[in-house]
Design a protein around this ligand. Sequence first.
Ligand code: ADE
Length: 243
Amino acid sequence: MKIKIVTLFKEMFIPFLETSIIKRAINNKLVEVELVDLRTYSNDKHNHVDDTPYGGGSGMVIRVDVVKRALDDIKSSASKVILTTPRGITYNQQIANKLSKEEEIIILCGHYEGFDERVLDYVDYEISIGDYVLTGGEIAAMTICDSIIRLLKDVIKEESYKDDSFQTGLLEYPQYTRPYIYDDKKVPDVLVNGNHEEIRKYRLYESLKLTYLRRKDLLDKYSLNKEEEELLKKIERETLQKK
Ligand code: ADE
């Protein structure tokens, strides 16, 4: 996969691209990431990419002609163009899964008061990473890249993400490691007895319980199998008894 990031702040991406799993994925040629400076597509001598808004108001708006020149230069027939904006659809694991199958994505990072509305004619997805406003789209672009790159083949082992929160549709079960006892708190017995079927069942129960208690909205979208239905009934009974 190839990812092109169009930004005015390329330097923000350097530590992200040069650390840990993302760095290894790039070095192993599992993904190619290109940083594109939007300013190179300015056509005035001061390298402006933005201008004051028609109708007045504060802040500056990124010009459509500058963005279009950048896209014409870097786009291929396979590219999907993403604009990061708080107005977009809220990003989630399902969108990450879908984008991870694309051959090439271009991410336009917003700044200042945003883009001229006419930019939307050249964009496939408007994506927000949550209901809050960032100073710019760079952190949103990194979030999108990180979540996509870890799903690419051979970046991490499939076992490492197949039980992730949201990947299954449920929140992930709790994990423990050494020490066995800490501050009088012991690791659950089932995890040390080596019975794989019991461990699987315990984890499924804990996943369902966490999702039931914290994110009922995810359960509403999830289709339960027979075993999960039984476990959920048990969880509902137990929760009612506690009230
Ligand atoms: N730019 C500013 N805020 C944003 C958000 N929440 N998501 C994506 N891009 C943004």
